[in-house]
Design a protein around this ligand. Structure first.
Ligand SMILES: NC(=O)c1ccc[n+]([C@@H]2O[C@H](COP(=O)([O-])OP(=O)(O)OC[C@H]3O[C@@H](n4cnc5c(N)ncnc54)[C@H](OP(=O)(O)O)[C@@H]3O)[C@@H](O)[C@H]2O)c1
Length: 352
């Protein structure tokens, strides 16, 4: 029997989805319909409230996110939040009526990554969050802090967990560490919030002075415009009073040489994105002789999500939201992200 909030749940209605259909390409990303899904044994159904964009959502419709992507049609986006409105046989938690985020990696519960744990991500290998309903294993969703709005909660699974995994789980961030955060996108602003929570000295870089002022308001201790200061690695050391313990690297090829200047001997560079190129063009000798730890990061586990959510709840943190769009305006939201003028997260509202 499927348990729901005081009503029978029947999978006969149609729900709205945004999916790539027919062939890969942004032109084939369309508002469409599918049958409402029903939860089977061990599964829960979420009535989705909001979804959030990540940079990868610009690449996915063009089949730009790896060889394992699901056959079409593919419902897009990996981040979101919903209300549990039905549970299948055998599910004791979460309960109907509670709010939960679908987890980015559906099979990475805890521990270290491996091929299997990295093989099932939403909005790529599996259908994503741009659907009015989602059915997932009970272990594939996690509770969210009550103080967050739906828009804020929707941003946690990808950008939030990535920053948490980089700085806390892998980075073992310590009090009074020196951290450099590249840019003011979703991952980077979460990293700023988490680093400040740990008591770190944080340097933020950006292409925009106006965004840098906003980063200061969120707690950045020092800021550098990477356009007007191309040698920002040395500048970051000067501003921080020494080499950086940790660099949040989202640029890749174009930024790694400066990150290697900024990082201290024995420090860590978390390689999270390749916005400025995806091949290695850096002095690898510096990695060797200065004992630098180059750590690849790809989101994180359910355990990472729970630890992050606890910290957010206790500290009352709120992720910065740049703009919200109605569900049907996904293309306008993607265009806004692609234009790069955002500061923080771009969100879609499934219901008003
Ligand atoms: N590996 C993972 O687990 C994981 C998870 C999420 C995201 N990512 C990757 O991380 C990157 C950022 O993702 P996101 O969703 O946070 O993107 P986003 O919200 O679209 O933010 C991108 C920001 O990066 C900054 N940027 C662009 N080029 C830069 C450069 N050369 N130097 C410094 N900053 C630069 C810009 O900041 P300003 O506008 O301030 O200049 C821009 O706003 C992407 O490559 C994405 O694929 C990886």
């Amino acid at each position: 029997m499927i348990v729901a909030a005081g009503r029978a749940v029947e999978g006969v209605a149609r729900m709205r989805v945004f999916q790539v259909e027919g062939a890969w390409g942004r032109d084939n990303l369309r508002l469409s319909e599918r049958q409402d899904p029903l939860p089977g044994p061990g599964e829960v159904r979420l009535e989705m409230r909001a979804a959030a964009l990540n940079y990868r959502d610009l690449l996915v419709p063009e089949k730009g996110y790896g060889a394992r992507m699901k056959a079409l049609p593919l419902i897009v986006l990996s981040d979101g939040v919903g209300i549990v409105d039905a549970v299948g046989p055998g599910v004791t938690a979460p309960i109907v009526g509670s709010r939960a985020c679908p987890l980015f990696f559906q099979s990475w519960i805890d521990g270290e990554p491996d091929d299997e744990r990295l093989a099932h991500s939403l909005g790529s290998e599996l259908d994503g969050t741009m659907a009015e309903f989602m059915v997932l294993p009970a272990a594939g969703v996690a509770a969210v802090p009550d103080h967050l709005s739906d828009a804020e909660a929707a941003t946690l699974p990808t950008a939030g967990v990535t920053a948490w995994r980089a700085l806390v789980t892998e980075g073992r961030l310590r009090h009074e560490a020196r951290v450099l955060v590249q840019g003011t996108g979703g991952v980077s602003l979460f990293a700023l919030l988490f680093a400040k929570l740990a008591g770190a000295f944080v340097v933020v870089t950006s292409s925009s002075d106006e965004k840098l002022e906003r980063a200061r308001a969120l707690g950045a201790d020092a800021v550098i415009n990477y356009r007007t200061t191309p040698e920002w690695g040395r500048k970051a050391r000067d501003l921080a009073g020494g080499g950086l313990d940790h660099v949040i690297e989202v640029g890749g090829q174009g930024t790694l040489p400066q990150s290697l200047r900024a990082v201290r001997a024995g420090g860590t560079i978390s390689l999270i994105g390749v916005l400025a190129g995806g091949t290695m063009d850096a002095r690898l000798g510096l990695v060797v002789t200065r004992h630098v730890r180059l750590q690849g990061i790809t989101v994180g586990s359910a355990e990472d999500f729970r630890a992050m959510a606890d910290a957010i709840r206790l500290a009352g943190l709120r992720p910065p939201i740049d703009r919200e769009y109605p569900f049907e305006d996904l293309h306008a939201a993607l265009d806004h992200l692609a234009a790069g003028r955002h500061f923080g997260k771009v969100v879609l509202r499934h219901a008003s």
